[in-house]
Write a protein that binds this ligand. Sequence first.
Ligand code: ASP
Length: 325
Amino acid sequence: MTSFFRMAGLAAGVWLAATSAEAQSFPERQITMIVPFAAGGPTDTVGRLIAEKMSADLGQQIIVENVGGAGGTLGAGRTASAEADGYTMLLHHIGMATSATLYRKLAYDPLNDFDYVGLVTEVPMTIVARKDFEPADMKAFVSYVKENADQITLANAGIGAASHLCGMLLMSALEAPIVTVPYKGTGPAMTDLLGGQVDIMCDQTTNTTEQIKGGTIKGYAVTTPERLAIFPDMPTAAEGGLEGFEVSVWHGIYVPKGTPADVTSRLSASLQKALADPEIANRLGELGTTPSPAADATPEALKAKLESEIARWKPVIEAAGVYAD
Ligand code: ASP
């Protein structure tokens, strides 16, 4: 071995030792979980529940930072350019996949600028309205919105948000161009729906269940193929007259590309523990949300899901011809 190769080998050995020492001691300080929507919304609710459980397992606090705006792409962009050390992670939803097509100029590459921790939940959506919205049921909603589209406002969390995707599907199913009102998250959108400043919204059960049950908003339909146990009397969108209307949200946790593999594995193991916690299952269950099975709280499962969802939504978005730019 020449002295050059001996030196290089030595340097590589030192680097490897440093890397695994770093992973063994990870985490040594607080971690930031970026939620790319405003506080009080569905992504925030899932993020805070998971962050609390993972903090207990990791022995370090996970601080949730809400970086809302541009349908979740600002928070995702912030994560992509953060230090790849495991101290910044992103909890994002289906928007990670739809933004890949909706934004023709994105500051990051959803598939190549991140490493993956794992899948977190599956969440149904609901079509809801302010509590004094006229139609009595989903069938009446369909004809009323078709007839009055130009006078109805539809809240969403910006292009790329799940509420935007669902709203886009709704407009195309109803063949009705409704005026949309973007927010930094459906947390603040819900405040305006409760106040009657906006008429309708399509949002995750995590954000709508308590309001529907409390009668402070009207729930018209669920977006899943089957009815939900938490709302046995609420029809599916298909039963209500929108055949083939189906969308479910899923969440995943990402870290910047280049995060050491053992750090990512530590985070995945912690996520798996959090999801197996009965308290998480109960709380999410009450909100109509299903924690991902441990086998899916892995980098491989999240990567596969992201790839398949990008491929699934690309033709739908291209057919709709709606882009953010
Ligand atoms: N997840 C919501 C959406 O995509 C936004 C939010 O979490 O506030 O519409």
